[in-house]
Design a protein around this ligand. Structure first.
Ligand code: NAP
Length: 258
């Protein structure tokens, strides 16, 4: 993919940090041009520069996946600037709090998770996939989670959103059978990013305790698997990839020995 006219173009949502940022960097190394979006402009500009320094074409724009107008402007701006979208990495997502259902005082955190992880992912998908159908090529990669396989107390709504992503991925895969479009879900366990800082609203002690005593996955580990999935031969569809740190088992089991 060295010929610029033949380079594939990947869109990554939630690219300002964590898994999204690392995925954009690794896709650039794999020869992709990039469309990147998230709400915070500063880290996005910094990533834009880092990608340009790798010699790839980049379109960076602010994006709030919970806002219909923002999503429409983001996708249409990206198509105007780059011409096509070959890979969509639906990465933007978050968790808020670990409050049990009976103790939840209001519904704002629930709404934010549902709006971002489910509605946001659906919204970007419905805006991008028609172009993939028209151009007869595409690959949608959704960031699920082991939370979409093993629910846990205090995680009801976050888990519900990731069970939702699993359902959406499976339905989309069936809907697109017969089109040359691949659909993959990458479902990680514990990944050390800003995820827990966001979940605990900046409480460093609570956030770092999540990863204490074991080697968690890094954003680079997850990006590596995303890039692996999208760089398989066009006829190969990896449906669901569940990945955890070695010391994390299913159903909340964690071996902490460090
Ligand atoms: P992170 O470091 O907090 O990154 C989340 C990204 O999503 C940020 O770039 C954030 O950017 C963006 N984002 C959040 N709300 C958004 C919105 N409304 N519109 C656009 N962008 C938005 O967390 P991460 O670990 O990389 O998480 C990435 C994905 O992996 C999420 O879907 C998460 O659920 C999933 N995941 C994470 C883990 C884990 O343990 N870390 C495990 C399994 C799955 P802005 O704030 O700038 O908008």
């Amino acid at each position: 993919m060295t010929d610029k006219s033949q380079r594939r173009i990947a869109m990554v949502t939630g690219a300002s940090g964590g898994i999204g940022r690392e995925t954009a960097l690794q896709l650039a190394d794999a020869g992709y041009d990039l469309i990147i979006g998230s709400r915070r402009p500063e880290p996005l500009q910094e990533l834009d520069l880092a990608l340009q320094n790798k010699g790839v074409r980049v379109h960076a724009a602010t994006l709030d996946v919970t806002d219909k107008k923002s999503a429409v402007a983001f996708v249409s701006g990206a198509l105007a600037a780059m011409g096509r979208i070959d890979v969509l990495v639906n990465n933007a997502g978050l968790a808020r709090g670990v409050t049990r259902i009976a103790e939840q005082q209001d519904e704002d955190e629930w709404q934010e998770m549902l709006d971002t992880n489910v509605m946001g992912l659906l919204r970007i998908t419905r805006l991008v996939v028609p172009h993939m159908i028209e151009q007869r090529y595409g690959h949608v990669v959704n960031l699920g989670s082991t939370a979409g396989h093993d629910p846990y107390a205090g995680g009801s709504v976050y888990c519900a959103t990731k069970f939702g992503v699993r359902a959406i991925t499976s339905a989309l895969r069936q809907e697109l059978l017969g089109h040359p479009i691949r659909v993959t879900s990458v479902d990680p366990g514990m990944v050390e990013t800003d995820f827990s800082r966001v979940r605990y609203r900046g409480d460093e002690d609570k956030a770092s305790a999540v990863y204490a005593g074991l080697v968690p996955l890094s954003a680079a580990d997850v990006a590596d698997v995303i890039v692996f999935a999208v760089t398989r031969a066009d006829h190969v569809n990896l449906d669901t990839i569940v990945m955890r740190p070695r010391e994390q088992g299913p159903f909340g089991q964690v071996h902490r020995s460090l």
